[in-house]
Design a protein around this ligand. Structure first.
Ligand code: BTN
Length: 258
């Protein structure tokens, strides 16, 4: 198991320049992160909560966050040219880290659902804020770690403890994700990020249905663009690029989409 409350003293994260916050119970680490930036002026901060009572998911959905999970927001400046792919970078950092730490085949359902054998293991929510001359990314990461998927109450969910058969150390996971995130944001070029993303992308080659501007496109995911968008090969429409949109069906995914 682990002792997450010790995170505020974590030297690895401190040495990377992060201000660290541990909260036992909070509405959402995203709201706290916004306040840490606005009032505390922390351009680099990590906010971890043991439990969230109003966790936020993508597209305005709620995110159930019981004790035992890793619920964190990483506040970090991001270069303007990487802004468009901030959500791709964040998902990639999570998938890479879990593969590196545990040798498990964690992949990303486009754009950044963290999946294992089609079950949802975690998710990423990115909010970007213009702050003076900087753009600051609030990177919200949720991973079902030592909690049971039954506590989440959403069909098709899984946790690391269920995959590995033993509890994990959330502090180690956070250290690894943060280090990978730093490298992807600051060192790697956009093309190399996209190349890496493709290795972890569960959606490539899969049959999907996506809704873009009220139009439904059906086909196979053929490629990922330099903006992190999908290239879908559709029998009726040829190759279509979808930079955004809602996947409403996805081969191999065991949880409800939309
Ligand atoms: C998704 O819908 O898949 C994204 C879920 C993101 C959840 C994380 S948990 C930590 C951070 N705080 C929140 O309220 N949401 C994000």
């Amino acid at each position: 198991m682990d002792n997450l409350r010790e995170i505020e003293r974590n030297k690895v994260l401190r040495n990377l320049g992060y201000e660290l916050f541990y909260l036992r119970k909070i509405f959402s680490t995203m709201d706290f992160a916004r306040e840490a930036l606005e009032y505390g002026k922390y351009l680099k901060a990590i906010i971890v909560a043991e439990e969230q009572v109003k966790g936020k998911g993508r597209k305005g959905r709620k995110w159930i966050s019981p004790k035992g999970g890793l619920w964190v927001t990483i506040v970090t400046p991001i270069p303007k040219n990487k802004l468009e792919i901030a959500n791709i970078i964040a998902g990639l950092a999570v998938a890479m880290s879990l593969n590196e730490l545990y040798g498990i085949n964690v992949r990303l359902k486009w754009p950044n659902d963290v999946v294992y054998l089609g079950f949802k293991l975690g998710g990423v929510l990115v909010e970007n804020i213009v702050y003076g001359n900087n753009v600051i990314s609030l990177i919200g990461i949720g991973i079902n770690c030592n909690n049971s998927s039954l506590d989440v109450g959403v069909k098709g969910t899984i946790s690391l403890r269920e995959i590995l058969g033993k509890p994990v150390n959330r502090e180690k996971i956070l250290e690894k994700i943060t280090a990978n995130l730093e490298n992807l944001i600051r060192k790697n070029s956009i093309s190399s990020v996209i190349r890496m993303y493709k290795k972890y992308c569960y959606s490539l080659g899969k049959k999907v249905k996506i809704k873009v501007n009220n139009e439904i496109i059906e086909g196979f995911v053929y490629d990922i663009t330099e903006k992190g968008g999908l290239v879908i090969s559709s029998p009726s429409k040829g190759n279509i690029i979808a930079d955004y949109g809602d996947l409403i069906e996805h081969e191999g995914i065991r949880y409800k989409l939309g």
